[in-house]
Design a protein around this ligand. Structure first.
Ligand code: PLP
Length: 358
């Protein structure tokens, strides 16, 4: 094993029984699979390597998202896009900046390439510490700066001008690339960067079909960038990285924008319902702090977060625990029935199991 890999731990994935309520992964609570025409899939040549299907997928995603078709690559999830970017941009000992907290795969992929990862802590309310970020860029001249906007796990959306200032600082301090991961942008509205993508030398935007589009199992991610970056990253990409079955299902659904709009509206209603439940719970506890969210999940700091996570797990409701200081939970939106179970389990934990810290 390479020395740089020591200490890298696996991203833990634990299969759960079918009756577990899954509010831990920021997935959509249902999918649009019933709208897929499977007779189309029967014509699929599964003995042929996929090429046409990926092309059709990219064409459909281009129409859906507004990114030019020639400026898109598809990946086996945006996870693979993150890996490809790190492979493209990083030599051993290069510097990468990430925010803390943010999506853990940025640091992991950078470290796998032997890069030094500099973490910049978000402010107490999870705002961007812009001055510190700009100073770090000037000082460290990073090759890559990766961030999610809205942020996972905090749910916070940064200002367009903040992102632009980071991009300009990177440009004038060695030409490092900003990777703007918009995995949750559909929940927040339109990205101002779609129409500006080609204006920047050093911007890569990531998207995924795993969240608002409800296709996490298909593993479809997208990378948008200018011609030079697309060509460079394309030259190291495995040729057949997106499988035909996923690409065909994804293409069919992406060609139904009205259905996807309806699906988003349904999800936004569920997010609003979850927000009410979380607000009610947070108001009942002195030590809980719920943060505003522009995503399909909510982040809440609270003492007893581990006890709550374990309690809910026993009740077959899985949420995500963060052992950070202060400790926290992240809960994603589910169905009405799932929310009702969550509401009563939260109440029960508050009343019976953790009254002392109320
Ligand atoms: C910010 C962010 N980026 C990327 C991903 C990975 O998405 P995908 O399923 O496309 O690999 C996630 C998944 O949770 C995420 O939260």
């Amino acid at each position: 094993m390479r020395k740089t890999l020591s200490g890298i731990s696996p991203y833990k994935v634990k299969p759960e029984p079918g009756d577990m309520i899954r509010l831990d992964n920021n997935e959509a609570y249902t999918s649009l699979l019933s709208y897929v025409d499977f007779s189309e899939l029967e014509k699929t040549l599964i003995h042929r390597y996929p090429a046409e299907s990926t092309e059709a997928l990219i064409e459909a995603y281009s129409k859906f998202s507004g990114f030019p078709q020639n400026n898109l690559l598809a990946g086996n999830g945006s996870d693979e896009c993150i890996t490809l970017i790190c492979q493209y941009a990083l030599d051993p000992k290069d510097t990468v900046i990430v925010l803390e907290p943010d999506f853990s795969m940025y640091e992991k992929n950078a470290r796998i390439m032997g890069a030094n990862v500099e973490k910049v802590a978000l402010q107490d309310d999870f705002a961007l510490p812009l001055e510190i970020v700009l100073q770090k860029i000037e000082h460290l001249k990073p090759k890559l700066f990766l961030l999610s906007n809205p942020n996972n796990p905090t749910g916070r959306l940064y200002e367009q001008t903040e992102i632009e200032q980071i991009m300009m600082a990177l440009e004038t301090n060695g030409g490092g690339i900003l990777v703007l991961d918009e995995a949750y942008i559909d929940f927040a509205g339109e990205s101002p960067f779609v129409s500006k993508l080609l204006d920047y030398d050093n911007l890569i935007i990531l998207r995924t079909a795993s969240k608002a589009l409800g296709m996490a199992a298909l593993r479809l991610g997208f990378l948008a960038a200018n011609d030079r970056l697309i060509e460079g990253i394309g030259s190291i990409k495995p040729p057949y990285n997106v499988n035909t079955v996923s690409a065909q299902i994804g293409t069919q659904l992406l060609k139904k924008p009205e259905l996807l709009d309806q699906f988003l509206i349904m999800q936004l209603a569920q997010i609003a319902e979850l927000e009410d439940i979380m607000k009610e719970f947070a108001a009942s506890r002195k030590d809980a702090k719920l943060y505003p969210s522009n995503t399909n999940f909510f982040f809440m700091t609270l003492s007893g977060a581990k006890s709550l996570t374990d309690f809910l797990y026993e009740k077959k409701i899985k949420i995500r625990y963060f052992g950070s200081e202060p400790e926290a939970v992240r809960i994603s939106a589910g169905t009405k029935e799932e929310h009702e179970k969550l509401r009563s389990a939260l109440k029960e934990w508050s009343e019976s199991y953790a009254p002392s810290i109320q």
